[in-house]
Design a protein. Sequence first.
Length: 51
Amino acid sequence: MWKGKGVGKSLYKKLFQMLVEAKFHTIIAGITIPNEASVRLHESMHRRNTC
């Protein structure tokens, strides 16, 4: 229903904006694999894979 509509990206952009305004320096998120849609979302936002 919501896949491919840009909802996740919009929510993340707003969240990151709020965290920057609150002076956060590090943000850590986890993805339960397999979840290709979530991996693609994070990659499209230039997030770094640490594992």
